[in-house]
Ligand binder design. Sequence first.
Ligand code: SF4
Ligand code: SF4
Length: 350
Amino acid sequence: MKTDRRLIALRLLLGLYILLSFVLAALNQGTDEEIARKVAPWWHFSENELKTALILVCGFLTLSIRKQKGRISMRRANLIFLFLAALGIHILIPLVTGNPEIYFFAMPLPWTTLPLQAGIEHSSFFRSHQYTLGLDGIAWAITFFWVYSAFIAVGTLLFGRRLHCSHLCLFNGFAAEVFDPVIPLVGKRKQPSAKTLRQLEWVRYLFLAIALFFTIFWLGPAKYLSPQNASVMRNLELIWYLGANLILAMGFWVASQPRRYCHLCPLGTLLALLARLGNMRISTTKATCIGCKACDKVCPAAIPIMASALQGNPVISDRCVGCGHCIDACPQKTLGYETSFLTWISKRFP
Ligand code: SF4
Ligand code: SF4
């Protein structure tokens, strides 16, 4: 069988990106301030310019690979928006503001509390950034954070989880779309069993509880604690963030599924609740579904779509990230992505 060079290139680039991220994160977050200072520019380069270039190059490779198997309109839209998001958050805003870590401020709560820490004068995040950004720079970044968070909350109510999780997420969403054909790097992709999915539901709410605990801490008690005690919490949170989020997500890229981290993501869990309020669903048409299971096979969230389609019922699931892979895969064009707002728009402007 002829080897597809695009797949080899994608695998190599994903492997290198994971390796580089691990090494730079370990050096940058280590206790030695001198090493962290020297590593910081490389860390910023990897997180900004390199990541944006990867989204562009690997996005093209992924689209050309997936194009051979059928429609790619939803995937194409995901990749275009993710590239534009990277261009804004990783390149343009850092250039204009001189803040190469603005991406921390484009991660709505409860994912990371760094924007909250930035507002507390005795926090280590504030102290390490006040010289590079100045007080105005910090205030600007915090304002950006709250405006961006409000945009994501209202946008998810109107457009569903697709807005953030498939168009803007530069944490796991981007990798799940950009490197989709080569995840996992090792072994074959398997849909999880019903038992595993039940267990993941528990872990997901545990993750949300831990993330909310740290959020509440930085919103309230942190202001009244001594710098030493606050820094104990900061270190605990760093271990939680790097271990249970960054390393876990990358571990899933190596040996599991592209969206497995999304099953656990605290922000994703909150966005799922907002999407539910906005009536996000995958619409189905009973008359045209031929029961081929193409949708079930591609769903990265392991949602049983065909069973609902055969009944003509909409698919409503908190695990749905709105990626639209099922919609592209359906040979009958039976599926659609809907929210109350999108339905209203399409009726108003047919
Ligand atoms: S669930 Fe979390 S990690 Fe996944 S795409 Fe959404 S926000 Fe990003
Ligand atoms: S149901 Fe469709 S849109 Fe939702 S996660 Fe699965 S493939 Fe993506």
